[in-house]
Structures are given as C-alpha cells and as structure tokens.
Design a protein around this ligand. Structure first.
Ligand code: ATP
Length: 418
C-alpha cells in the first residue's frame, strides 16, 4: 500500500535499514512490524496520507521531516511505521571528505552505520522489490562482514563501535580489518570517553536484549571498549562466569512464560559491576548517566542479594539438620518474598551452591505462586476482626500450606481457628 500511495503521489518510496538487511539475510523472523520507510519527496505529507489509508494517526517531527505512523493491523495489534524524508543535498561533513552531490536515497543510505544496514528496497509498483545497494551491503552479507561506509564513520558517531559489535556477534559476522583498525584509532583518540552516558547506555541496553549478550560484552572487552567506558567495567574470570550463568537463568525464566519480565538493564549492570566496590560502582553508573535514584536502587538491590545469599547459606545448613527441614519451604519463601524479580534471578545466577539455586528456582516457578485457600470472609466468620491480625493469620496459614501441613481448605480453616 505504501508503494501504491507513492505512485499516486508521484514520489519514490523505499523500505530501508534493518528490515531490508534481515530479508537479505533470510532471517526466519523478519519483523514486518518494524519497517522504516524513506520517501524521496515530502515524507510528512506521505505519512499523513498513508495513516489515513491505514486508519492510524501520525506523530510529526517537522525539524527532521520525519513522522511516525501508529495504526492497528487486522489483528488489532498496534503497529508503528517510521517515515523519513530523503532530500537532495550536498554532503559537506565530515570535513575530510570531498563535497559530493548524492541523489536523495543515496544520501540517506550514506548516513547510515554499516553497509549491511544501508540497503533499500523500492516499493513503488513498477520497481517493487528492486534492491538499492550503493555500498556493497549484499556482498558484505555474503562475506559476513560488518563494514562502515566511510573512514570517518566512528569519528562521526562512536556509538557505532558498540553497534558494530552487536551486529557482528548477532549474525556471527566479523568487523572488517579496516573497521577494527579504525575502532582502535577511535579509542586512542578517546572518542568513547567523550560520548554521553545516556548514549552508551542506550547501546548497551540493546546488547542486553540480544540472545547472547555475553558474547558482545566479551568482544567489547577484547577491543578495549569497556575499559574506555569505565576502567572498572573490564571483565575478569568471575564476571565472565557470572555473565554466562545470568544468561542461562534468563533463558530458563523466559521459558516459564510468566507475564512479569525482568529489567535486563538492572540484571546486566549488576553483573558488570559485580565485586566492584560500592563507590566505584556508583561511579560506573554515574558514567552511564543513571540518576542518583537509579544508582541507589541498583546498589541497594545488590546489597539485598548479598545479605539474602548469606541467609540462604544458613537456611541451607539448617535444612540439612534433623528436625528443621519441615519448615524449610516457608522459611525460604519468607527470605525471598521481599526481593524483586531481578534480585531473585540475579541471586540464582550468583549462587555457586547447586541446591540453593535449585531451591530458588522452585520458589520462582512454583512456591511464590501458591496462595491460601481461605479469605477474609472466612476469618471474619471465625470471629477475627480485620486488622494486623488478619495478615499474621494468613501468613501463618500460607507457611503451613507451603510446608505441606495444611494443604486443604478445611485444614487451613482449622489452623486459622486454632
Ligand atoms: P535491530 O534488528 O536491532 O532493530 P536495526 O537495524 O533495525 O536493528 P535500529 O537501531 O532500529 O536497528 O536502527 C535502524 C536503522 O537506522 C539501522 O539499520 C541503521 O541504518 C540506522 N542507524 C541506527 N543507528 C545509527 C547510527 N548510530 N548511525 C548511523 N545509522 C544508524
């Protein structure tokens, strides 16, 4: 429909960026809901007309001549389409490059990060599906290479260094030899140091959402990028091991299909700062642009994990002793219940005691879901007045249920009465 509309409005329309790359890579899960369009003409007018056809609305950004269309597809799901305007201009920056006149779409693609991200597919009817590939993206896909478009690319935007590693590791590609040299060069010019914390964190967050973030982090470490962000971010054997087990825990949790999803940024930042003293950790988090409240939150989560781990070791020792094992589940649940999901998962990844990890996993998938089978009305009928007493009776009944001592409603009523 975008192509047909382009024909009617007599403008060229292209799909660009990641969508085209993933088609060329024959990725099984090309995201059709994540398409970026470029229009050679008035992108905003085009976006308005397309939104009308799709029954959606438009958010316009006049300064950049871009627009976001938000509409609902046939399944009622919200979809977003980015529309950008490609204009004929002279390319004057970076200064060391000659001033060249580029056609609009070529200019748009020239500004992108890597050749594999700088391809476009024509959507107009007559040329539907024609590939526009000025910079050799297709051959770089064949050669499994991440290549920047011009030599000053990393100088222009050093976040591309982190992006290069993300795409390299995601697709099992390699950064071109010249690209690696230019990364080293950018690092020696301290360009990463000059980046704002928010921009670095944005790119790191994209890495944390990858299937295998630890491989990207290792590569960033090897290239010296982590050290350039903050010297205490550098990986060591312990951090590497923790990153591996954190990913295993996250993968395991995802397969449980619970509604609640953990904040990956919190988890990975805790792992990257593990064993780093609090003051230095606060400094790393400050470098990444976290507000004092966010910094405080991560530090206190880390502290609560540390304290809970100590208590879990005591709990584990006690459960081995005769006569104490029968309260083991309720005691474990009481220790873990105050922790947010991120801390519980992090704790599972950090514990090197298999029995403790396995008990924490049972808490996550089983025990924390368990509820009592009686309610406030039942307690009222038993003559109890609403107030703090209600809470303590309910907690006691839940503990008994968890420990297998009051599994039926009748048993729980009897216990509450007693
Ligand atoms: P993903 O599969 O991770 O969503 P994507 O390529 O769609 O990958 P985005 O971060 O959404 O990634 O970026 C969309 C497009 O915008 C990229 O394909 C690239 O062409 C361009 N782009 C994004 N960031 C930069 C940058 N820092 N410099 C140049 N071009 C960029």
């Amino acid at each position: 429909r975008a192509g047909e509309l382009g024909d009617r409005l007599q403008v060229s329309v292209y799909a660009v960026g990641g969508f085209v790359r993933d088609i060329m890579l024959s990725r099984p899960a090309v995201e059709f809901d994540d398409v970026d369009l470029v229009v050679e003409g008035d992108g905003i007018a085009f976006a308005r007309a397309l939104a009308q056809e799709l029954g959606g609305r438009v958010r316009e950004h006049r300064t950049f001549m871009t627009a976001l269309i938000i509409y609902h597809d046939e399944n009622g799901e919200e979809q977003r389409l980015d529309v950008a305007t490609a204009r004929l201009e002279y390319y004057k920056y970076p200064a060391a490059l000659p001033t060249v006149e580029l056609s609009s779409i070529k200019m748009d693609l020239f500004r992108r990060d890597f050749t594999i991200n700088a391809m476009a597919l024509r959507l107009n009817k007559g040329q539907f599906g024609c590939l526009v590939d000025f910079f050799g993206g297709q051959s770089d896909i064949q050669r499994k290479t991440i290549r920047i478009i011009h030599a000053l690319s990393f100088v222009e935007d050093p976040t591309r260094i982190i992006r290069a590693v993300r795409f390299e590791q995601r697709y099992g590609f390699h950064i071109s030899t010249q690209g690696e040299k230019l990364i080293k060069n950018a690092l020696s010019l301290n360009l990463v140091e000059k980046l704002s914390g928010a921009r670095i964190l944005h790119e790191l967050n994209l890495i944390f959402r990858e299937d295998e973030p630890e491989t990207c982090l290792r590569r960033l470490n090897e290239l010296g990028v982590l050290a350039a962000i903050h010297p205490s971010l550098v990986l060591n054997a312990d951090k590497n091991e923790l990153l591996d087990s954190l990913r295993e825990v996250i993968d395991w949790y995802r397969l449980l299909y619970f509604k609640e999803t953990p904040e990956l940024s919190t988890l990975y930042l805790m792992a990257l700062c593990s064993a780093v003293p609090a003051i230095e950790t606060a400094d790393i988090l400050h470098r990444l642009g976290l507000t004092p409240t966010m910094r405080e939150e991560i530090l206190s989560l880390r502290e609560s994990v540390r304290m809970t781990l100590v208590e879990l070791i005591n709990w584990h020792r006690d459960t081995q002793k005769k006569g104490q094992a029968e309260q083991s589940v309720s005691r474990l649940c009481a220790l873990l219940a105050p922790l947010p999901l991120e801390s519980t998962l992090y704790l599972m990844a950090r514990s090197d005691n298999e029995e403790i990890s396995s008990s924490v996993s049972q808490y996550i998938y089983k025990w924390r879901q368990i509820k009592v089978d009686i309610n406030g009305d039942d307690l009222h009928r038993l003559g109890l007045e609403p107030g703090p007493q209600f809470g303590s009776v309910m907690r006691m009944v839940l503990a008994a249920k968890l420990d297998g001592k009051a599994e039926t409603r009748e048993a729980q009523l009897k216990l509450a009465e007693e």
